[in-house]
Each structure stands twice: as structure tokens, then as C-alpha cells.
Write a protein that binds this ligand. Structure first.
Ligand SMILES: [Zn+2]
Length: 621
């Protein structure tokens, strides 16, 4: 037996050696060029971005969440309501709360707020009359003005807490998976600021690992006041830009929804408080979730493999995005493969409706620290190359990576290049500025597990304060092919993760490098993809980064209010742009299916809306 195993081992060894010799000699017979000259380029032009919609476009009513913030820029806070699909309105003064059922109060721990007597009274009255108040950074409010309302006696700030554990609350309606209850706040020596709440009359609905109170709920007369002991900055904002303290337990392919927790909590509060209600759906049309398939073409033989992936995807009736490294210079990492003889592969894909996007020129590990450049970089003068895995030369710049790759793709006949992915999924603090300057719209430079979110969001101009959203959308990468074991053995694993996102209408962004190499069994990736896509539910929207990004961009410009009567849903909607297939979710009611101009399917209804004001009266059962 041992002898047989040994002979088998020898045989495999000889086979591998022969294989290596053949590969090496093939290289010798077909030497590749050092630098590809003669490529065409085209001018990179800026694009126009959609106008923003203002939550104050429509008045307050009894189905709308009010929020009040002491911060001037509230785009990151509004992102929470937008992602959740909840109608909301910013109140510039607390006396604008009106009939709102829920108020989100966004104060500051750094600059403790002094509330006027009138403001204090308004808040107490709001809750006393049955409102639900959610407080972020309110613990330091001067003179303990809100202690009685939130039912706390005091607090202790620390940088010690590493876990957040949700216990029980009816508001945890959409937080029922283990991963949605147990979060890690830090996986490093350091941890973010958190406050242990000294509970008075409130009940504890989340704790830290030391059992101290992290989130509390106080019943005050007819209403309730929920107090966050960890700020949104530490629960969400910092994570979205990779500035968390290693809060994710895994880098990719797992479920780590810390940044989405507040989104699900607000949805739960809304659904529970209102009962019968509608929310904006996350997916387009009559779909419950979204899948984006992406392929990074960043290896010598990948260009020609585009054909095989395109043909599989045509067979499965969906379009994907091919991000192309326009590599025209030989270096430590690879030979040049973006050349006139390989361009037809991407032109064919474009012809069939697939998206072609940029995957840089250099594919550098140093993307985060690249200098911005001046965006006058151009082919063939721009000559960045890698001397080793980590060392680059030839003055690579952020502008150069994005501009030169786009100019080459356009020059080769690609009509539009609006999507981007960096090499190795790196961000750069100046990325939003440069993307806007060069007419990009959508990006996928973070892993979902790293940012702890499964929904698209917008980059911010200010990397330091994490404020002021830019026009650029990030579609975090959910599942990738570089982990072990090979994708072929991970169909069920990918589907399990997909199911978790599906429950919330998440966007599952998949990366499959089309290199089809035998070394890591990547030649079986096509089988993985076929099987994975085949097993998805029917109500999943599968499309390109460009198409999905565009929908999120349009959805972001919707302001809506509604009123439910015994026989109707009356919907008032402002949109800064015409949108096809805008979709809403119903809770606790059904609509008649045979109505003109709308599609009703299960708990969803779908509309085409016009730019400006829209008025709909939909019949109920
Ligand atoms: Zn790559």
C-alpha cells in the first residue's frame, strides 16, 4: 500500500516537473514585448451628476421619520434612512417635528449641546405623546437635560469595549441572525470610544462584553426613548472607509453587518411603530435582492477568457462587468497584455451588452498612498512599473491610474467607462475627487466584510471627518475567488451568504477572475458560476455595476410621503430624475394586482416615475 502511494506521488512529481518545463519553453518561443506602442487613446471627459433631492421637498406627516442634527452636513446620517428606504425629513428646529411618529436626535459628544427649555420640553412632550425617540451622541447633553427622558443616570466613556451584544427588543425585527446580534467592535489593541450607560429607569437592550449597558430603551409615558452608547461614527461611518479597529472577523466571504445594524434597527422601529406601512425597496423592479457579477482582467491569459465567461453569461441571460487592467508595460508582476491583438475580446463583450470598466494600469499594492498627480498623465509617457511585489517605480499617480486606463479603453472603442476597481481592493483618500474629475460614477474598492455593509453607499470628500458625500458610489465586494478552497467547492457557502443578504435586499457583488488557470482549480470557476447563478431565486436582479449603480443613484433622489386609507394608498413622490422600475415594499397590506401603470407582485409594487412631482392613488384589497 505505502509503495503504491509512493509511486503515485513520484508520478505526480514527474508530471508537475514536465508541466513546468513545457510552460517555461513556451515562454521562450513566444517572447512578449516590453512595452506596447501604438495603442489608441481618447479624451477623458467629465460627466454630469444628478441633482440632489432634499428631504424638505415634501412636508412632515404621521408616516415620516423626523431627524434633528446639530451637524451641518448630515449626508452620512441621511444615508441610513435612504438605504433603509424610509420616508424622512430633516427638521431645522425641534418645533418642526409635527406629527412625526419617530424622531432621530443627532447631537454631539465633542461639543455638548445646551438645550433650551423649549427644546427640552418639545422632546419630553414628543415621547410622552407616544413618539419613539432615538438618540445618538446625546449622553453629554448639558445639565443632564435628557436623563429623565432616556432614563439614564450617567455614563462612563472608555476605549476598552470590543464587543456589542444585542439582547432582546421588539425593534430587533430585522436583526434576528446570530451575526446581527453579536458584533465585534475591535479586533486590535485599540478600540473605538464607547460609553457604558448607567441605567436609571431604562431597560438594557444591548450590552458590551462586560455586561455593561450599550443601548437602552426607556418607556416614558406613552412613548419610548432609545439611547445609543456607541456613536454612529463608531458603529458605521468609520467602518465604511476601512477606518474601523479591525471590527470584521473575516476579510471576505462572510457575513459581518455591523455598519448595517443601525439600518435594520431603524427599519424595525419603523415597521413596529407604524404596522401598516410602505418602504422603498432596495432592488429594481419586482426583485428582492441584487447580484452584480464582476471579473477583474489582470493576468496575461485573462483577456481571451472573457469570451468563455461572456458566452456562459449570455446563456444564463444576465450581463456582468469586466474591469480591465490596461497593462502595456512589462514588469516584475506580468507581461503586457492590453494590446491591439487582444482588444477585440472587450469589444465583443461590449457589443453583447456587457460593461467594460477600469482596473488601473499598474495594479499596485501602494494604491492607498499614491500621490494624486495632476490628471495630465498620458499614454505612452506614463510608465509606472513594479520592481517587486511592493515596490513601484516610474511615478505612478492616482490620476494616472484612472485617467490613462480610461483613455485607453475609450480609445480602443469602448463607448463609456464609468466603473472602477483598484488592484487588490485598495482605497485612496483622494479617490472620490479624482473619480469625479475623470467622469467615473461607480467603484468597488472595498470588501463588504471590511466595511461591514452589504449595500452600496457614497464616498465622502472629507476622509478625516468622514462627512460630505461625493457623487461616487461604492459597491462593496461580497464574495471573491481568492480564498481557499477554490470556488468550485464553495457554491453552497456562497448561497448561504447570499440568503442572508436576500432577507434584507442586499447587493451581492461577486468577483471571479477569468484566468481559468489550473494551479488553483480556477479552470472550474465557470462551473461554480453556472451552479451559483442557477440556484438563485427568480426574484433577484442580476446586472452590471453600471446598471445597479445607476439605479441606486436614481433611488437616492426620491423623496416620498404616503397615506394609507381603508381602500387606497396615496403616494406623493418627488424625484430629481425619471426612474424606470422604482420599487416599494408593502408591510401589512396588499394592493390590487390589475391596476394601470403599476406592477404588483407579492409584497412589492413597481412604478415608473417622472422627473418632478408624482401623485399616485393605488387600490387596496
Ligand atoms: Zn486585480
Amino acid at each position: 500500500m505505502i509503495k503504491r502511494i509512493f509511486s503515485l506521488f513520484l508520478l505526480v512529481l514527474v508530471g508537475l516537473a514536465l508541466y513546468a518545463v513545457v510552460i517555461k519553453s513556451m515562454d521562450l518561443f513566444s517572447p512578449t514585448e516590453e512595452f506596447i506602442y501604438g495603442l489608441n487613446t481618447a479624451i477623458v471627459k467629465p460627466v454630469t451628476y444628478l441633482d440632489e433631492a432634499d428631504s424638505r421637498q415634501l412636508p412632515m406627516d404621521s408616516n415620516t421619520i423626523a431627524f434633528y442634527s446639530v451637524h451641518q452636513d448630515t449626508s452620512m446620517l441621511e444615508r441610513i434612512f435612504k438605504t433603509a428606504g424610509l420616508p424622512y425629513r430633516r427638521c431645522k428646529n425641534l418645533d418642526e417635528i409635527g406629527a412625526a411618529p419617530i424622531l432621530f436626535l443627532d447631537l454631539s459628544m465633542n461639543e455638548p449641546v445646551i438645550l433650551s427649555n423649549k427644546e427640552r420640553k418639545l422632546l419630553y412632550t414628543f415621547v410622552a405623546n407616544g413618539g419613539v425617540l432615538v438618540g445618538n451622541e446625546v449622553l453629554a447633553t448639558r445639565y443632564g437635560a435628557l436623563k429623565g427622558l432616556f432614563g439614564y443616570r450617567g455614563y462612563t466613556p472608555t476605549k476598552q469595549h470590543r464587543q456589542l451584544l444585542l439582547t432582546h427588543s421588539p425593534y430587533y425585527l430585522f436583526l434576528d441572525q446570530t451575526e446581527e446580534r453579536h458584533y465585534r467592535l475591535s479586533g486590535t489593541e485599540r478600540a473605538p470610544y464607547s460609553n457604558s450607560i448607567h441605567v436609571g429607569t431604562a431597560e438594557v437592550i444591548a450590552t458590551y462584553e462586560d455586561e455593561k449597558a450599550a443601548i437602552t430603551l426607556n418607556h416614558y409615558q406613552e412613548g419610548e426613548a432609545i439611547l445609543l452608547g456607541v456613536s454612529l461614527f463608531d458603529l458605521r461611518y468609520r467602518n465604511l472607509f476601512g477606518k474601523d479597529y479591525n471590527a470584521n472577523r473575516q476579510y471576505a466571504n462572510g457575513y459581518e453587518p455591523l455598519s448595517d445594524m443601525i439600518v435594520f434597527l431603524m427599519q424595525g422601529i419603523y415597521a413596529r411603530k407604524l404596522g401598516t406601512s410602505i418602504m422603498l425597496n432596495t432592488a429594481k423592479g419586482a426583485n428582492h435582492a441584487t447580484v452584480v457579477v464582476t471579473h477583474d482582467v489582470d493576468y496575461e491569459h485573462s483577456m481571451k477568457n472573457i469570451e468563455e465567461f461572456v458566452s456562459l453569461e449570455e446563456e444564463q441571460s444576465f450581463k456582468s462587468t469586466y474591469t480591465i487592467q490596461t497593462k502595456y508595460l512589462k514588469d516584475y508582476k506580468d507581461v503586457p497584455f492590453f494590446k491591439n491583438s487582444t482588444i477585440h475580446y472587450i469589444l465583443d463583450a461590449q457589443e453583447k451588452g456587457f460593461e467594460i470598466a477600469s482596473h488601473t494600469v499598474l495594479h499596485t499594492e501602494n494604491f492607498f498612498t499614491l500621490p494624486q498627480g495632476d490628471c495630465n498623465e498620458s499614454y505612452p509617457h506614463y510608465k509606472p512599473f513594479s520592481e517587486s511585489a511592493l515596490k513601484d517605480s516610474g511615478e505612478p499617480t492616482l490620476c494616472g491610474e484612472l485617467k490613462v486606463s480610461k483613455a485607453l479603453l475609450l480609445g480602443s472603442g469602448i463607448k463609456e467607462v464609468v466603473s472602477f476597481r483598484s488592484g487588490h481592493l485598495y482605497y485612496n483618500p483622494r479617490l472620490p475627487q479624482v473619480m469625479e474629475q475623470l467622469g467615473y460614477r461607480y467603484s468597488s474598492c472595498f470588501s463588504a466584510e471590511d466595511v461591514l455593509s452589504y449595500f452600496p453607499y457614497r464616498y465622502v470628500y472629507d476622509y478625516k471627518t468622514l462627512s460630505h458625500e461625493s457623487k461616487i458610489w461604492e459597491l462593496p465586494l461580497t464574495y471573491e475567488d481568492e480564498a481557499f478552497p477554490p470556488l468550485y467547492f464553495r457554491v453552497d457557502d456562497a448561497l448561504t451568504l447570499f440568503q442572508k443578504l436576500y432577507r434584507h435586499g442586499g447587493v451581492f457583488t461577486l468577483l471571479v477572475h477569468p484566468d481559468l488557470s489550473y494551479t488553483r482549480l480556477k479552470n472550474l470557476d465557470l462551473d461554480f458560476q453556472r451552479s451559483f447563478i442557477d440556484q438563485l431565486p427568480n426574484d433577484v436582479w442580476i446586472d452590471t455595476m453600471g446598471a445597479v449603480g445607476e439605479y441606486w443613484d436614481q433611488r437616492d433622489r426620491i423623496v416620498f410621503r404616503y397615506n394609507i386609507t381603508t381602500d387606497k394608498v396615496i403616494l406623493e413622490l418627488y424625484s430629481a430624475v425619471a426612474v424606470q422600475g422604482l420599487s416599494f415594499k408593502l408591510r401589512g397590506l396588499t394592493l390590487k394586482e390589475d391596476q394601470a401603470n403599476i406592477e404588483v407582485k407579492d409584497d412589492l409594487f413597481v412604478l415608473n416615475v417622472e422627473k418632478g412631482m408624482n401623485h399616485w392613488e393605488l387600490e387596496r384589497y
